[in-house]
Design a protein around this ligand. Structure first.
Ligand SMILES: Cc1cc2nc3c(=O)[nH]c(=O)nc-3n(C[C@H](O)[C@H](O)[C@H](O)COP(=O)(O)OP(=O)(O)OC[C@H]3O[C@@H](n4cnc5c(N)ncnc54)[C@H](O)[C@@H]3O)c2cc1C
Length: 490
C-alpha cells in the first residue's frame, strides 16, 4: 500500500549505496510492487511535500541513487513488461515498468527473434535507471543510446501530473518547448554556446532526451515504450591483440572509419591485466582464453551488418591489415555465431566489475575511497590523438588507472583506483584535464553513466554559468520545491 513504509533496518543496508560505493543514509524506504502503487506512493510524498531519492537497481556508478537522509522510493519491485506488440511494418515494441530489468526485456525480445539493440553492460539495471542516466551500450555506434530506443515514456512530474512524452512530438525551439499537457516550458536555448551536459537542450532537442539523462531530477519515468529490432543473423566478433599501443590505436581508427562494425571497443594494458587477475574471482571469466602475455592493448569488434560472403571478405581485409601492422593470427580471437560472440561480450561487462572488486579491496584498508572516473566524448578530435591524450594524462600522476571504451564514437572511460585522499585529488585533476580536452573537441562529459553526486563538484568546475542557469531553470520549472532527487547535482 502507498503508505506502508518500512522502517530503516540493518537488512536494508544495500539501499544506502550504489556501484559508485558512495554511502548515504535514509530514514524510510518504500518499494511499491506495481506502477499503480508507485504512482500512489509518489502522490503521497508530493502531497506531504516530502523530498525523496528514487532508486532503480542501484547499479549506477555516479552515486545519483545514493540517499542523503530522508526518504527512498525504490522501483525495483515494479517490474512488469507487456507482451511483444507491433508488427514488421510499424516495428515491434514492449511496454516496460520503470523497474523492469534489462535482462527481462532482453529475454522477452530474444524469445521472439528480436533484440533491444543498445546493449548496455549491466543486465540487472532497470529500464527506468538506464533511461534516466542517459546510458549507452556497446552497440551505440550502430544503434545509439538507450534513450534512442525509447519511443515514449510516461513521466510523473513533481506536480503529480503524468505526461506521455512521445519521441519527435515535443521539440525545443529557441524560447522553450510545449509539453504534452499544453504547458510551455520557457527556457532560452541556443546552439551558439557549446553545452557539456548530454541532456542540456538545444534548439531541436527532444523533450524525451531532456528527461533521459537527468537522473530523475525533473520527473520519474514510470512506464516506457521500448522499440525492438530484428535479431542479427550470425554475429561475428574478433579481438585483436597488439604489442604496440600506437599501432593498436591506428588499427582501431582504420576499422572505425570503415563504418562496418556494430562496435569497436578498446582495452588498455591495465584493463587487460585486471581482467586476467580477476579470473579467479569472477566465475564468468574462467572460460575466456588467456591473453597473449606481451599484449599492451586490444581492439574488440562485433559485426552483424553484412551477409556471410561480404563478412568474410571484410574480415580477410582486416586480417591483412593487422598482419601488415606486424600482427600475428595467433594474436586474434574470433567468434562466429551468437553463442560464441556472447562469450566475448563478457569481456566488456567484466571490466567495470573487476575494477569495482579492486576498489573494494582498497576500501577494506581505506573506507573513504571511491573510484574516480569519467566517461567522455570528443567527437571533433582525431581518434588516435584523443586516445593518446587520455592515456598520457591518466598515466601522469602515477596512480592505478584503466582506459577503455567505445573507440568508434570517441567515447572513453577513464577509471582511477586511488589509494588515499592525495591520490583521489591527483586523479580528479587528471580527469579535469581530460574533460577540458573533451570540451575543446566538442564533447560531452559524464555522458554515459551520469553525473550524480560523485561528479557534481567536477561538473560545476567545468560547466558555463549560462548552461548551469538553464539547467537550474528547468529544474525550477518542473520541481520548484526540490522534492525529486534533491541531493543530485542540480
Ligand atoms: C558492471 C557494470 C557495467 C555497466 N555497463 C554500462 C554500459 O555498458 N553502459 C552504460 O551506459 N552504463 C553502464 N553501467 C552503468 C549504468 O548506467 C547503470 O547500471 C544503470 O543505468 C543504472 O540503472 P539502475 O536501475 O541501477 O539505476 P540506479 O543506479 O538505481 O539509479 C540511477 C539514477 O537514475 C534515477 N532513476 C532510476 N530509475 C528512474 C526512473 N524510473 N525515473 C527517473 N529516474 C530514475 C535514479 O534516481 C538515479 O538518479 C554499468 C554499471 C555496472 C555496475
Amino acid at each position: 500500500m502507498s503508505s506502508d513504509f518500512q522502517l530503516y533496518g540493518e537488512h536494508l543496508r544495500s539501499y544506502l549505496s550504489d556501484e559508485s560505493r558512495l554511502t548515504g543514509s535514509f530514514k524510510q524506504i518504500s518499494y511499491p510492487c506495481s506502477t499503480e502503487e508507485l504512482i500512489a506512493v509518489l502522490h503521497d510524498l508530493i502531497a506531504a511535500h516530502t523530498p525523496f531519492t528514487l532508486q532503480g537497481a542501484r547499479t549506477g556508478i555516479s552515486g545519483a541513487a545514493v540517499p542523503k537522509n530522508g526518504m527512498v522510493v525504490s522501483t525495483e519491485k515494479s517490474q512488469s513488461i507487456s507482451s511483444i506488440q507491433g508488427n514488421e511494418e510499424e516495428g515491434f515494441y514492449v511496454i516496460a515498468d520503470a523497474g523492469a530489468r534489462l535482462y527481462a526485456v532482453n529475454t522477452a525480445a530474444i524469445a521472439e527473434g528480436l533484440i533491444f539493440a543498445p546493449n548496455p553492460g549491466e543486465e540487472t539495471a532497470t529500464i527506468g535507471g538506464l533511461f534516466s542516466v542517459g546510458a549507452y551500450g556497446s552497440n551505440s555506434f550502430r544503434y545509439g543510446s538507450v534513450a534512442a530506443s525509447v519511443s515514449s515514456a510516461d513521466i510523473l512530474l513533481p506536480s503529480g501530473e503524468i505526461i506521455t512524452v512521445r519521441r519527435g512530438e515535443n521539440l525545443f525551439k529557441e524560447k522553450g518547448v510545449f509539453l504534452p499537457n499544453g504547458n510551455f516550458l520557457s527556457a532560452l536555448v541556443s546552439s551558439d554556446n557549446q553545452t557539456i551536459c548530454a541532456f542540456t537542450p538545444q534548439p531541436g532537442s527532444d523533450l524525451l532526451d531532456v528527461f533521459a539523462g537527468s537522473e530523475g531530477m525533473f520527473g520519474i519515468a514510470i512506464r516506457l515504450k521500448l522499440s525492438l529490432g530484428t535479431a542479427p543473423y550470425n554475429p561475428k566478433a574478433v579481438v585483436f591483440f597488439f604489442t604496440n599501443e600506437d599501432v593498436g590505436a591506428a588499427f582501431g581508427n582504420r576499422i572505425k572509419k570503415t563504418g562496418i562494425p556494430d562496435f569497436v571497443e578498446y582495452f588498455d594494458k591495465n584493463a587487460l591485466s585486471i581482467i586476467d587477475r580477476q579470473k579467479h574471482v569472477l566465475p564468468k571469466l574462467k572460460d575466456l582464453p588467456d591473453f597473449p602475455l606481451d599484449a599492451v592493448c586490444a581492439i574488440y569488434i562485433e559485426l552483424t551488418s553484412l551477409f556471410a560472403e561480404e563478412t568474410e571478405e571484410w574480415l580477410m581485409d582486416r586480417l591483412e591489415d593487422f598482419e601488415a601492422s606486424g600482427g600475428r593470427e595467433d594474436y586474434t580471437w574470433a567468434a562466429f555465431g551468437q553463442y560464441e560472440a556472447d562469450r566475448f561480450r563478457i569481456l566488456r561487462h567484466a571490466l567495470p566489475e573487476a575494477i569495482n572488486i579492486r576498489i573494494d579491496e582498497i576500501r577494506r584498508i581505506n573506507n573513504d575511497i571511491i573510484k574516480t572516473c569519467a566517461d567522455i566524448t570528443a567527437p571533433n578530435a582525431d581518434t588516435e590523438e584523443f586516445l593518446s591524450y587520455c592515456k598520457t594524462t591518466a598515466a601522469s600522476p602515477g596512480i592505478e588507472h584503466y582506459v577503455f571504451g567505445h573507440l568508434a564514437e570517441n567515447r572513453l572511460h577513464i577509471n582511477f583506483v586511488p589509494k588515499d585522499r592525495k591520490e583521489s585529488c591527483l586523479a580528479e585533476e587528471a580527469i579535469l584535464k581530460i574533460c577540458r580536452f573533451s570540451i575543446r573537441n566538442g564533447g560531452k562529459i559524464f555522458s554515459e553513466n551520469g553525473i550524480g553526486r560523485t561528479k557534481a563538484a567536477l561538473f560545476k568546475q567545468l560547466v558555463s554559468e549560462e548552461e548551469l542557469a538553464l539547467l537550474q531553470e528547468i529544474k525550477h520549472f518542473f520541481d520548484p520545491d526540490r522534492l525529486f532527487n534533491p541531493e543530485c547535482f542540480l
